[in-house]
Design a protein around this ligand. Structure first.
Ligand SMILES: *[C@@H]1O[C@H](CO)[C@@H](O)[C@H](O)[C@H]1NC(C)=O
Ligand SMILES: *[C@@H]1O[C@H](CO)[C@@H](O)[C@H](O)[C@H]1NC(C)=O
Ligand SMILES: *[C@@H]1O[C@H](CO)[C@@H](O)[C@H](O)[C@H]1NC(C)=O
Ligand SMILES: *[C@@H]1O[C@H](CO)[C@@H](O)[C@H](O)[C@H]1NC(C)=O
Ligand SMILES: *[C@@H]1O[C@H](CO)[C@@H](O)[C@H](O)[C@H]1NC(C)=O
Ligand SMILES: *[C@@H]1O[C@H](CO)[C@@H](O)[C@H](O)[C@H]1NC(C)=O
Ligand SMILES: *[C@@H]1O[C@H](CO)[C@@H](O)[C@H](O)[C@H]1NC(C)=O
Ligand SMILES: *[C@@H]1O[C@H](CO)[C@@H](O)[C@H](O)[C@H]1NC(C)=O
Ligand SMILES: *[C@@H]1O[C@H](CO)[C@@H](O)[C@H](O)[C@H]1NC(C)=O
Ligand SMILES: *[C@@H]1O[C@H](CO)[C@@H](O)[C@H](O)[C@H]1NC(C)=O
Ligand SMILES: *[C@@H]1O[C@H](CO)[C@@H](O)[C@H](O)[C@H]1NC(C)=O
Ligand SMILES: *[C@@H]1O[C@H](CO)[C@@H](O)[C@H](O)[C@H]1NC(C)=O
Length: 493
């Protein structure tokens, strides 16, 4: 401090402009000091880093990552050190930057706790500390940050409860707390946040029920509580919420049914992820009125009954109905598939693990040629595999396993030359394996076991350069194993 004062005293007679400059840099350094103290507790584990330029020979308002107020001289309003490879801890001096509006330290390797002095930042609008290794609880003093619009503490190691005072921050629009170890319940107070647009608390250990009032918040668009331990039913308020865009409640202990008018009041819904819960009842046909749906995953529940044909009028990118008790006994039960053929956007269709029986409709051939993943296994499908299935030239995975398919594998299977996995084990297929299998040069995994195939394995199999797993057991094959390439399968039986 002394040399600085001396320098200032000595510089008095100098021109006023140089005094100005000196003053800006040295005399009133409140925010600069706070930044230097922060710098001292940070390190850049990639060596050269942004903090090297944080030195007293330059005006701290020009330091990279720092922006100052135009109105209030030398007061820092934005501190953005996102993705700078920083380790270390956040010092309490952060609380001295009382003009901060944006604090973004996300995507670093910061440890320690969030200092309670952060609560002094009453002008702070956006706090983004996501993707670090912060631990400890959300300090109660943070409730003084009454200007907060967005708080993102996702992907850290935070513990304790989601604090109910969050519900008292009147401007909050986004709460992102995913991938931490928060426990306890979803505080009721959050239902007071009339501007709330986004709440994402996935991957924590939250318990209890979803507050009904949340579903009444008119601006709410994104709700994610997947991978917690929530129980009870989904409040009906969520099913009558026209602004909702994403509803992600997968992997919880939720139960109940979807109301028959489910999709009629959700015109903007794009994501519906309810997988791995205990939902029952049938899939409401009205879902088809949520015409924006892009991802639909209701797998691993207890949905039963017929898949409503209307579902096929949706055009999602991903549709997973797997591992439920959905039934088809005749062509009627497969109507949805015929409707789906209008959907060129479809990339992922998972119907495995249900009770879909009867014959696979030949309309399967008319599904999008861009379809990449098709799971039909572990159902009760009878009859032959429609020849046309080899029109689905975009497929990288085709699973027909554990059904009751009869007849032969289509000879044109070699057309599906993007396939990496082809599984048709445990059916009643017969005849010989088609020579064209050798065209599937990307194939890594081939399951043919448990059928009635006979004859020699086609020598063309030897050209499957990528194969790592192939199983031909429990058939009636004769003759030698094909010679696989040298990089050798891990497992050929
Ligand atoms: C330091 O800056 C603050 C805020 O701009 C101001 O109120 C204060 O007067 C300054 N102090 C000195 C000694 O310049
Ligand atoms: C932060 O503010 C406190 C209280 O105003 C003060 O005592 C401390 O010196 C400041 N720290 C820095 C690094 O500016
Ligand atoms: C201080 O930072 C400036 C850039 O802001 C840089 O040019 C200079 O080399 C740095 N000085 C030292 C001593 O690191
Ligand atoms: C913050 O820094 C990151 C990385 O340099 C940059 O991508 C981002 O645009 C910055 N954000 C703001 C608000 O300046
Ligand atoms: C923080 O910076 C990252 C870029 O690294 C950006 O994606 C994110 O939106 C920023 N957060 C805020 C609140 O501006
Ligand atoms: C937060 O506000 C309370 C009451 O207004 C006050 O006692 C406390 O010191 C404040 N905390 C911080 C960190 O400013
Ligand atoms: C959460 O806590 C469990 C043990 O209580 C631990 O195994 C896990 O790694 C923690 N997760 C995070 C993100 O810190
Ligand atoms: C919501 O806010 C009102 C008014 O500030 C308050 O009386 C009420 O207790 C709050 N509700 C919850 C659940 O916190
Ligand atoms: C749906 O919401 C509207 C207004 O948003 C309300 O008038 C109506 O009663 C609600 N219906 C149900 C079934 O909750
Ligand atoms: C879809 O919405 C239309 C118009 O509101 C309605 O007539 C129709 O019954 C709805 N479909 C289903 C299956 O509920
Ligand atoms: C495909 O869409 C057209 C035009 O919207 C419609 O007329 C036709 O019935 C649809 N086909 C199926 C199978 O749903
Ligand atoms: C397999 O590849 C050969 C040579 O590229 C081609 O002539 C043949 O038509 C292909 N067979 C099938 C079924 O696609």
């Amino acid at each position: 401090m002394l040399p600085v004062l001396l320098l200032l005293l000595l510089s008095q007679p100098a021109s006023s402009s140089s005094v100005q400059a000196t003053t800006r840099t040295f005399r009133n350094r409140t925010d600069g000091d706070a930044l230097l103290e922060l710098k001292a507790s940070l390190s850049n584990h990639q060596g050269q880093g942004v903090l090297d330029a944080w030195n007293t020979t330059s005006d701290f308002c020009r330091w990279p990552g720092v922006s100052c107020s135009l109105k209030h001289k030398d007061r820092v309003t934005v501190l953005n050190l996102s993705s700078e490879g920083l380790a270390g801890t956040i010092t309490p001096s952060i609380g001295n930057l009382t003009f901060l509006k944006v604090l973004n330290l996300s995507r670093n390797s910061l440890g320690g706790e969030i200092p309670s002095s952060t609560g002094r930042l009453s002008r702070l609008r956006y706090l983004d500390l996501s993707k670090n290794s912060l631990h400890g609880a959300m300090h109660a003093d943070l409730k003084n940050c009454t200007s907060l619009k967005g708080i993102n503490l996702g992907s850290n190691r935070l513990t304790g409860e989601i604090q109910s005072w969050l519900g008292g921050l009147p401007s909050l629009r986004a709460i992102t707390l995913q991938k931490n170890n928060f426990t306890g319940i979803i505080p009721l107070s959050l239902t007071n946040l009339s501007s709330l647009y986004r709440i994402e608390c996935s991957w924590n250990q939250l318990e209890g029920t979803i507050p009904e009032g949340l579903g009444r918040l008119g601006s709410l668009a994104f709700v994610a509580f997947d991978l917690n331990r929530l129980s009870g039913t989904v409040p009906s308020t969520f099913f009558n919420h026209s602004s909702l865009i994403g509803l992600s409640l997968a992997v919880n202990e939720l139960h109940g049914t979807l109301p028959s008018d489910f999709g009629n009041s959700l015109p903007n819904l794009q994501y519906l992820l309810l997988d791995a819960n205990h939902f029952t009842g049938s899939i409401p046909a009205s879902l088809a009125n949520s015409t924006m749906l892009y991802f639909v995953d209701i797998s691993f529940n207890n949905f039963a009954g017929r898949v409503p044909p209307e579902i096929g009028k949706l055009c999602p990118h991903m549709l997973s109905l797997s591992t439920n008790q959905l039934k088809a006994t005749s062509a009627e039960g497969w109507q949805f598939m015929t409707h789906l053929t209008n959907c060129t956007r479809l990339r992922y269709l998972d119907l495995q693990g249900n009770m879909l029986g009867g014959v696979l409709p030949s309309s399967v051939a008319n599904l999008s040629a861009h379809l990449e993943i098709l799971y039909l296994g572990f159902n009760e499908i009878t009859g032959t595999i429609p020849q046309g299935i080899t029109e689905l030239v975009g497929l990288s995975l085709l699973q027909l396993s554990n059904n009751r398919f009869t007849g032969e594998l289509p000879g044109s299977i070699g057309r599906l030359n993007l396939l990496e996995a082809l599984w048709f084990e445990n059916n009643r297929l017969k005849g010989s394996l088609p020579f064209s299998l050798g065209n599937l040069t990307r194939l890594a995994s081939l399951y043919a076991e448990g059928n009635n195939f006979e004859g020699r394995l086609p020598t063309s199999l030897g050209s499957l350069q990528e194969i790592t797993t192939a199983n031909f057991s429990n058939n009636m094959f004769t003759g030698p194993l094909p010679i696989f390439p040298d990089k050798r399968p891990g497992f050929v039986r």
